[in-house]
Design a protein around this ligand. Structure first.
Ligand code: FAD
Length: 468
């Protein structure tokens, strides 16, 4: 029996329930479709996807299978492939974003009507979103009870790489390079790629190194900006190069062995689960204020607003915010603490709508994850479920003193204040688009919105909003 295996954001071979089930049926045709959802990805995540697909194709090659790359409407592509290969089944791992769910539901119905065994599997999350319910039934809206509800749940054991059998002569395939998935990265491509390690092998290595060397200190160190104390697995998790279950089992074992930070790492993995739980139950999480009363707040919503542009370009004059924005532009990632501080400065001091910040992160992050990004932004802005209250405004200077006490992070990412800037700080200028005219512009001498005034203005806007 031949099964078409439709890869999406589950780009690995180990611990892959759907792939293992397909392998049990017999011959496999591994397929990736460049559809509208791929087209819609941000520039950095498209580039990161290309790197991941290349790694997966090469891993499959080592098992004697050729990855098939096709472009078009998924239902049409799948139908063509079924006709070409005589496949009787199409398997895939579930996705949970509203657009993806709608497409998959329709395709499953259509294929099943044609007598094809169309089956979807768990694999991207630890717990399927609908299986976690409050005592009254229905979704959780607050993280801590969600964590309590899942922390002792059983997670299925990790599956080995299945024995894979491909077709002798597979159907034709596009060349991945011809898709030019990195095109939108302009001249920054090579620089960002230098900071990325793609593929399943490197994700597993990273996980093992983290568990062996850093998990013990994770809780105490994770908020410091320059210590590299976290797992750095978010991009691999987002593309499914590694599954959260593999992280979960190793961290559980470390916890049983008495590693102090292990439970905290488990909690972070559950933040990712919580984000997808929210997105599943509240599909507009990335578009609308979750608390609709925030629709009336006077946010700046114009993406050509100079304050917003200065923030995107790392030129607000607030060192920690600028360092964070440049880190993201050069590496495709930003430290979690820095994400919170940069997002807070944008939404509070600058008064810009979180949706604009979310979109800029979506364009720049290699670890972009629809749910975590949306939850993160609504959390900081104060409009989300279980969000920090709006009036709790981070002071960027205090955050910098606390989490970057020796200014190493700022020195790493900012060139202007230093006589001998670091290589990474200079990379920002190499990567930045010419249209930003960074060569001819001096660094702002003072913050575009001073911390004290920005905070006072944000609080005044909030008071006014509350009293309406
Ligand atoms: P670790 O500290 O090693 O944590 C392990 C894993 O747990 C992470 O890889 C991630 O999958 C998950 N995790 C950790 N913290 C969070 C969190 N707060 N929310 C959800 N999952 C978490 N994360 C993304 O993966 N993609 C995004 O697009 C994204 N956008 C964000 C936007 C904002 C405004 C904020 C405040 C946070 C955002 N995060 C996002 C969450 C977090 O910043 C990153 O997951 C984290 O920095 C990744 O580093 P790490 O892999 O070393 O994490």
């Amino acid at each position: 029996h031949t099964t078409i295996f439709w890869f999406r954001r589950d780009l690995r071979l180990e611990n892959h329930r759907a792939l293992s089930a397909a392998a049990e049926r017999g011959t496999i045709v591994p397929l990736f479709i460049h559809d509208a959802s791929v087209e819609a990805l941000g520039a950095a995540s498209k580039m990161r996807l290309e790197m991941s697909l290349k790694a997966l194709a090469s891993d499959l090659e080592a098992h004697g299978l050729s990855m098939i790359f096709r472009r078009g409407d998924p239902h049409e592509v799948l139908s063509e492939m079924i006709a070409e290969t005589g496949a009787t089944a199409v398997f895939w791992s579930r996705r949970y974003d509203p657009a993806g769910v709608a497409i998959d539901t329709a395709i499953k119905e259509e294929l099943s009507r044609d007598g094809i065994d169309a089956r979807s599997f768990a694999g991207t999350l630890l717990f399927e979103p609908w299986t976690v319910e409050t005592g009254q039934g229905g979704p959780y809206r607050v993280y801590t009870p969600f964590w309590k509800a899942v922390r002792a749940r059983a997670v299925p054991d990790v599956l080995p790489v299945p024995k894979l059998v491909g077709m002798d002569k597979g159907p034709s395939s596009d060349q991945l390079e011809d898709w030019h998935l990195s095109r939108d990265m302009h001249r920054g491509r090579a620089i960002v790629a230098e900071h990325v390690q793609a593929g399943e092998r490197s994700a597993l290595n990273k996980l093992h190194r983290f568990i062996d060397e850093r998990i013990g200190a994770y809780k105490a160190e994770r908020d410091f900006l320059d210590r590299g104390a976290t797992s750095e697995l978010s991009d691999a998790l987002s593309l499914g190069e590694i599954s959260p279950a593999q992280c979960w089992h190793l961290a559980q074992r470390a916890m049983q062995e008495g590693e102090q930070g292990a439970e905290h790492f488990l909690k972070e993995l559950v933040w990712r689960e919580f984000a997808w739980h929210l997105m599943w139950h509240f599909p507009n999480l990335a578009q609308d204020n979750w608390r609709r009363e925030w629709d009336a707040f006077p946010w700046i919503e114009d993406s050509s607003d100079p304050k917003f542009l200065a923030w995107c370009q790392g030129r607000t004059g607030v060192a920690i915010v600028d360092a964070a924005m440049r880190e993201m532009y050069v590496t495709g990632k930003m430290h979690n603490r820095a994400r919170m501080v940069a997002a807070s400065y944008l939404t509070k001091h600058l008064g810009v709508h979180w949706r604009l910040g979310l979109a800029w992160f979506e364009a720049c992050l290699v670890d972009w994850d629809a749910a975590s990004n949306a939850m993160g932004w609504q959390w900081v802005a104060g409009s989300g479920p279980d969000a920090a209250p709006y009036f709790r405004i981070y002071n960027p200077d205090t955050q910098a003193d606390k989490f970057d006490p020796k200014a190493r992070y700022r020195r790493r990412w900012l060139a202007e204040p230093y006589e001998k800037p670091t290589q990474t700080a200079l990379q920002f200028f190499e990567a930045a688009p010419q249209s930003w005219h960074l060569d001819s512009v001096e660094a702002p001498k003072a913050p575009i919105v001073a911390l004290k005034e920005g905070r006072a203005a944000a609080l005044a806007a909030y008071e006014n909003f509350k009293s309406q």
